[in-house]
Design a protein around this ligand. Structure first.
Ligand code: NAD
Length: 498
């Protein structure tokens, strides 16, 4: 059996410790075992990070930037291999896996501009003979704890920005698809990064707790489900760290009566069922406004959903692959049953789907619900599978209220040809990321990513200038260079520049 070990400079997790199964979701077979790390493994990583970080922080920014340029090149050169490796553990189709790598690569591109981004502020002559300036200094050692669903993109959101800013970084990726993070660390070394700057420790709660409690780690970035995000946030902050913790989601797509229905249906199908619905920016809830819109949408969705073709990750004609584990498949099917029990209309039932030749794979067929209501548990909670729920609204105000009142506030989209309605919606909706005729509004790398309410705990979004702010602290310097003629008077009032 293949063993997936940590990537800690000069240290191995060895044999005999706790391990976790890594499945091939296409076949249902265990393809490897990953070592689950302990405090001792983390200590080894921290010792190395402490050795290397001060030197890296003192490396001038354009040299740091060159490592990012080279790393970006290596990601492009190895795109196919990375995507296939990713798909083999996650289950998403290979083209979608390339998107996972690409969206991380774009953050590396932004991070390559760090000499410009990390410049401080300067005021000449803030007072008589006095200048004030600020500089953004790295925090020291940062850590990232990432979910299974974007094993390339999300680690790169974090370590790209953290390391470019001068920090060392310890990544604790999901134990369900740990190989791509390891491969990224290898490529980062190949790009010229010193050993120990980016290290990968594998593990579960034991390792997460060790990270959260360790005094040498200054900041933790987390992405995963909301209960864990909240826990990580609380424990990390209690230990005196800076913490950002992104959680789950239940994104709504509002379909106004004047929407371009062809576009809306195409976009909805891709956003609801792509990657088997295992995206925090998936659109699992659709809200048609008015009965006429609902009836037309329902008819079109039925056709489109029936035409969907799940398949193995390597099948270029498959629209989506299996879900990540047998437990997750079970959880999705349980939620479908809950929806039925709660009185929603299950228009298309994807349970019990079997792919010929891959009967043990973790496949879930596409499901479609109509007449879902806000009181239902299956509406309130995240299903994270290929399930689209239709909640009918009578008016724009009613549609606006649904995502605004939902416990999650990650993303939302409105489909309309009415600029006024779109503008009003974007301004008023209580959600962090808004799409206008854009189903998956993940902002580009030079903006930033982050949801509201139970989708995001703590300050600062991921990447862009928000990422820079999270991974640096601001030092403010007030300087005076007297000409030598000291006045000799002491001042006992608070200094002003007046
Ligand atoms: P998860 O919460 O199970 O795991 C995330 C990380 O937390 C993993 O590294 C895991 O090892 C660790 N972890 C799991 N249980 C823990 C525990 N009890 N104590 C401490 N650490 C623990 O999430 P997942 O299933 O890997 O990912 C899917 C979830 O992530 C979904 O809820 C999805 O919406 C969310 N997500 C959110 C965003 C976002 O930006 N808001 C992006 C991607 C995914």
């Amino acid at each position: 059996m293949r063993i997936i070990d940590h990537r800690i400079a000069g240290h191995s997790g060895g044999a005999g410790g706790r391990q976790s199964d890594v499945f091939d979701p296409n076949t249902g077979e265990v393809q490897a075992k990953v070592n689950l790390g302990t405090q001792a493994d983390l200590e080894a990583a921290i010792a190395k990070a402490q050795e290397v970080q001060p030197k890296w922080a003192a490396t001038n920014p354009q040299r740091r930037s060159r490592v990012m340029f080279k790393f970006k090149q290596l990601l492009e050169d190895n795109m196919q291999e990375l995507a296939e490796l990713l798909a083999s553990e996650h289950g998403k189709v290979v083209d979608d896996a390339k998107g996972d790598v690409q969206r991380g690569l774009e953050v590396i591109e932004f991070a390559a501009g760090i000499p410009h981004a990390q410049k401080g502020e300067y005021t000449y002559g803030a007072g008589p003979g006095i200048d004030v300036y600020s500089m953004r200094q790295p925090l020291g050692i940062g850590a990232g704890i990432t979910p299974f669903n974007f094993p390339a993109m999300i680690p790169m959101w974090m370590f790209g920005m953290a390391i470019a800013c001068g920090n060392a970084f310890i990544l604790k990726p999901s134990e369900r698809d740990p190989s791509v993070p390891n491969r990224l660390a290898e490529l980062f070394l190949e790009a010229g990064a010193p050993e120990g700057l980016l290290q990968v420790v594998h593990g579960d709660k034991e390792m997460v707790d060790a990270i959260l409690d360790h005094p040498a780690i200054a900041a933790v970035s987390f992405v995963g489900s909301s209960d864990i995000a909240h826990y990580v946030y609380n424990r990390g902050v209690a230990a005196g760290k800076r913490v950002q913790a992104m959680g789950g989601a239940k994104n709504h797509g509002i379909i106004m009566p004047d929407a371009d229905m062809d576009q809306a249906v195409n976009d909805l199908i891709g956003a609801a069922y792509g990657s088997a619905g295992e995206r925090c920016m998936a659109l699992p809830v659709v809200v048609p406004v008015g009965e006429k819109t609902a009836e037309e949408l329902r008819e079109r969705l039925i056709k489109a959903v029936n035409a969907l073709r799940p398949g193995v990750s390597t099948d270029p004609d498959a629209q989506y692959g299996p879900v990540v584990t047998a437990q997750h498949k079970q959880k999705i099917e349980n939620w479908i049953q809950t929806g039925v029990d709660e009185g929603a209309e299950l228009v298309i039932d994807g349970r019990g789907f079997k792919l010929q030749g891959h009967e043990n794979g973790f496949f879930v067929g596409p499901s479609l619900f109509d007449h879902v209501t806000p009181e239902m548990e299956s509406y309130k909670e995240e299903i994270f599978g290929p399930v689209l729920q239709m909640v009918r609204a009578n008016s724009f105000e009613e549609a606006l209220e649904l995502p605004s009142k939902h416990q999650y506030g990650n993303g939302v989209a409105i489909f309309t040809r009415n600029g006024h309605a779109a503008r009003e919606f974007a301004q008023r909706v209580n959600v962090g990321m808004v799409g206008i005729n854009v189903p998956i509004p993940v902002p580009v790398s030079y903006h930033s990513f982050g949801g509201w309410k139970r989708s995001g705990f703590g300050d600062h979004d991921q990447y862009g200038m928000e990422g820079l702010r999270f991974w640096t602290k601001v030092k403010k310097v007030t300087q005076r260079w007297p000409d030598g003629g000291a006045s000799g008077d002491s001042a006992f009032v608070i200094p002003t520049m007046g």
